[in-house]
Design a protein around this ligand. Structure first.
Ligand code: AMP
Ligand code: MG
Length: 410
C-alpha cells in the first residue's frame, strides 16, 4: 500500500499546465487562472489624494507666524484637477480629490471653523496627514497578480484598479465524467429493488464545476466492457482528464480497469487511507487522426472508488490538486489548521484516516458519530476533514490537523 503522501506526490508529478490561453474581459474572468503576470501601467492612486473632507494646507504656513486663519483660495471636488496651492492659503478639499501641488497636509473639517471665505485651523497636522501618497497601493511597473493566480473577486478588483480591461487566462480544463454500476438510478426515476440513486454524479459534477472545469457528463455507462471502452475512446478525444467513479475494485463486475488497460495504460493504487483506498490513475490514447501536433497523444484517467464518502474524499485530496495543476495554478496544497479535538477516537489501523468533523462554538472539533464511507450525511454535517495519521488514537484536548472544506472546495 502507498501512503497518502506518496500517492499524491506520484500523481502530481504527472501533471503539467494545459496549453491554450485566451484573452477575456476582466468582467468575465472570475475563477479563471492567469496565464501571464499582470503588471501595473500606473501608480495607484495615480496622484496624491485626500482621505478626508477638509482643507489642504502647507504645514509651514501654520508654523511660521502662528496665524491659524487662512483665506480659502480654491475648492477641489474629487475628479477635478487643482491649481497649485497659493502660499498662506487653504484649499477646500473632499475625500478622493487630488491634493494641490504645494499642500502637504489635510486638516479634517471637524478640526476647522469656516467663516465666509476664510477657515480657522484648530489642529497642528504633521506633514502628510490624511494624504494618500501617489503609488501608496501600487507602483507603476510592479507585478500585482502573478501568472498562476486564480481570479477571486478581489483579484478582479485589483486588476481593474490599474485599468486592465482584459486578462490573459488559460483555457478551462476539460473533464469528462462517467459512472458505472447497474444499480445506479437517476433521481426522478423509480427505484427498483436493489437499486440506489446516483448521488456521486451530483457531488462530483458540483466539485468539478467549483474548480472551474468544463464538464462533459456521460452519465451512467453500463457495467459492460465494450460500452466502457467505447465511452473512454470518445471521451479521450476532446478532454484533458477522464474521471470515473465506481468499478475500480477487483470484483468481476468491475470493467473500468480492463477497459482503461485496453485503451491506454493504468496503475491501480491501494492507498493507505480511510475512506478511500483504491484509486486508479492512467491515461487513454487519443485516436491519431484527431491529434494535432500541439495536443497530447493521451488523456489522463483517474478512477475513483464508488462509495460516496470515498469518492468525495479522494476527489478533494487527489483530483482537486491534480486539476488545479492542469489549470495552471502554482499553489494547490490546502492549508490546514491545528484545532483542539473535543472527542476521543480509538486508534485506527495503519491507514491515514480523514474524519468528518465540525467546528463547535468553543472553537474545538466535534466528530460525526458515523465515519462509514457510505454515510454521505457526514460530508454535509462536517466543516472539513481531520487528517489523522496511521495508527494514531486521538485524545480529547489534543490538537489535530484539520483541513476545512473551504480550502478543499475551490
Ligand atoms: P464500486 O466502487 O463500484 O465497487 O462501488 C462501491 C459502492 O459505492 C457500492 O455500494 C456502490 O453501489 C456505491 N456506488 C457506486 N457508484 C455510486 C454512485 N455513482 N452513487 C452512489 N453510490 C455509488
Ligand atoms: Mg460498481
Amino acid at each position: 500500500m502507498l501512503s497518502t503522501a506518496e500517492a499524491l506526490a506520484t500523481l502530481l508529478s504527472a501533471a503539467s499546465p494545459i496549453t491554450g490561453t485566451e484573452s477575456i474581459p476582466t468582467l468575465d474572468a472570475l475563477n479563471r487562472v492567469l496565464s501571464a503576470d499582470v503588471t501595473s501601467p500606473l501608480d495607484v492612486p495615480p496622484m496624491n489624494t485626500s482621505s478626508m473632507d477638509g482643507y489642504a494646507i502647507r504645514t509651514e504656513d501654520l508654523a511660521t507666524d502662528g496665524n491659524r486663519r487662512l483665506p480659502v483660495s480654491q475648492r477641489i471636488p474629487a475628479g477635478h484637477a487643482p491649481e497649485p496651492l497659493k502660499p498662506g492659503t487653504a484649499a477646500r478639499i473632499f475625500t478622493g480629490a487630488t491634493v494641490p501641488p504645494g499642500a502637504d497636509a489635510i486638516v479634517m473639517q471637524e478640526q476647522t471653523e469656516a467663516a465666509g471665505n476664510e477657515v480657522t485651523i484648530l489642529h497642528n497636522p504633521a506633514p502628510g496627514e490624511w494624504i494618500t501618497a501617489q503609488g501608496a497601493d501600487i507602483r507603476n511597473g510592479s507585478t500585482i497578480l502573478p501568472a498562476g493566480t486564480r481570479l477571486t473577486p478581489q483579484a478582479l478588483g485589483l486588476a481593474a484598479s490599474v485599468g486592465c480591461a482584459e486578462l490573459q487566462v488559460r483555457r478551462r480544463v476539460k473533464v469528462a465524467v462517467f459512472f458505472t454500476g447497474d444499480e445506479l438510478t437517476m433521481p426522478g426515476e423509480p427505484l427498483k429493488p436493489g437499486a440506489i440513486y446516483n448521488s456521486n454524479r451530483f457531488t462530483l459534477r458540483g466539485l468539478l464545476e467549483k474548480l472551474g472545469c468544463e464538464v462533459t457528463d456521460y452519465g451512467i455507462v453500463p457495467d459492460k466492457l465494450d460500452a466502457t471502452r467505447a465511452t473512454l475512446r470518445e471521451a479521450a478525444q476532446a478532454h484533458d482528464l477522464i474521471l470515473t467513479c465506481g468499478g475500480v475494485s477487483v470484483g468481476e463486475e468491475d470493467h473500468v480497469k480492463p477497459a482503461v488497460e485496453a485503451e491506454g495504460r493504468l496503475s491501480m493504487w491501494q492507498i493507505a487511507m480511510k475512506p478511500g483506498k483504491p484509486l486508479a490513475f492512467g491515461a487513454v490514447r487519443r485516436a491519431a487522426q484527431q491529434t494535432d501536433a500541439a495536443a497530447s497523444a493521451e488523456t489522463f484517467f483517474i478512477g475513483l472508488p464508488g462509495n460516496p464518502v470515498s469518492s468525495f474524499a479522494t476527489f478533494l485530496l487527489f483530483v482537486r490538486p491534480f486539476v488545479l495543476l492542469l489549470a495552471g495554478m502554482q499553489t494547490v496544497a490546502p492549508r490546514a489548521l491545528s484545532l483542539r479535538a473535543d472527542f476521543t477516537q480509538k486508534k485506527a489501523d495503519r491507514r491515514n484516516e480523514f474524519l468528518r468533523a465540525r467546528i463547535n462554538a468553543a472553537g474545538g472539533l466535534d466528530l460525526f458519530p458515523n465515519q462509514s464511507s457510505a454515510v454521505l450525511t457526514s460530508t454535509v454535517w462536517g466543516d472539513g476533514l481531520i487528517d489523522n495519521p496511521p495508527s494514531h488514537a486521538i485524545s480529547a484536548g489534543e490538537n489535530v490537523r484539520f483541513i476545512p472544506f473551504s480550502e478543499l472546495l475551490n
